[in-house]
Design a protein around this ligand. Structure first.
Ligand SMILES: NC(=O)c1ccc[n+]([C@@H]2O[C@H](COP(=O)([O-])OP(=O)(O)OC[C@H]3O[C@@H](n4cnc5c(N)ncnc54)[C@H](OP(=O)(O)O)[C@@H]3O)[C@@H](O)[C@H]2O)c1
Length: 250
């Protein structure tokens, strides 16, 4: 008989990732939780010591991703589900455009997911089974004021997920893209602008777990914000720019 299923979650030391780790553990999964901060990971593991296990990792380090996957699979068994959730936020000032800082968003959010996929995919392909999920954002649906680098990194993740789904379906590997609106976490704590329809991290984690269990390609919430942004996504520039200028008072 096969043992409990194994999920690897990056960015699990805080916010949505930590809530998802607890949610998956409560639903019978063995959870490999990654992040850079050892103390916060240890605190998370203390919530469910038999189910959540810390694997310290900086997702921008390609070789370290490979080593982490090898360590997880040796300790817990083959990874059934990998959730690439590590990310850095959206604070950005165009008048202090710092190329390195802009590149960082891409290196962590998109590059981190790519490194993780590179590490976990060979095993999944060999087994002909597995599931991969990328935490993007509704901010990836369109370029947004004050968040161009973040939107760019999340748009790249959405496009990556769409293409991978088409390629991996026939290999028995499911792909999902998670596009949350505002979730109450340390990332959004810093924001000084209105965040409509915000949800708690535990609520987000429940929605993500259910979407993953159903192997839905797109897991997006809260619906109200997501649908508004999807509508904006479909507008021609002649309408999109004036609407956003008015809403953002630019
Ligand atoms: N909160 C929202 O409203 C919202 C909305 C849409 C999408 N998202 C996305 O959801 C994901 C989680 O965000 P959150 O709100 O939960 O933010 P958070 O509380 O700030 O958590 C971010 C996580 O990413 C990890 N991380 C950052 N850089 C890393 C690196 N180089 N290597 C490894 N881990 C790294 C952090 O861990 P360490 O610091 O320990 O490394 C932390 O665990 C992100 O991808 C974010 O873009 C959030």
């Amino acid at each position: 008989m096969s043992g409990p299923r194994v999920v690897w979650i990056t960015g699990a030391s805080s916010g949505i990732g930590a809530a998802l780790a607890r949610e998956m553990a409560a639903n019978g999964w063995q959870v490999a939780a990654s992040g850079r901060n050892r103390e916060r990971l240890d605190a998370l593991c203390a919530d469910a010591p038999d189910a959540i296990h810390a694997f310290v990792l900086d997702v921008t380090d390609g070789a370290a991703n490979n080593e982490t996957v090898a360590a997880i699979e040796q300790q817990l068994g083959p990874i059934d589900l990998a959730v690439f959730n590590a990310g850095i936020g959206s604070q950005f000032s165009v008048t202090r455009f710092d190329a390195a800082d802009v590149q960082d968003r891409m290196a962590v959010n998109y590059g981190g997911a790519v490194n993780g996929i590179g590490a976990v995919l060979p095993g999944m392909l060999e087994r002909g089974a597995g599931q991969i999920a990328l935490t993007a954002s509704v901010a990836g649906f369109r370029g947004l004021p004050g968040g161009a680098p973040y939107s760019a990194s999340k748009a790249a993740m959405i496009a990556l997920a769409e293409g991978l789904k088409l390629d991996l379906d026939r290999h028995g590997i499911a792909v999902s893209v998670i596009t949350p609106g505002f979730v109450r976490t340390p990332m959004t704590e810093k924001n000084r602008f209105p965040m409509p329809f915000m949800v708690d991290a535990d609520d987000a984690a429940r929605r993500i777990r259910r979407g993953l269990a159903a192997k839905r390609f797109e897991i997006t919430f809260p619906r109200r914000l997501s649908y508004i942004l999807k509508l904006l996504q479909r507008l021609p520039y002649a309408l999109y720019f004036p609407i956003i200028r008015r809403v953002a008072r630019l």
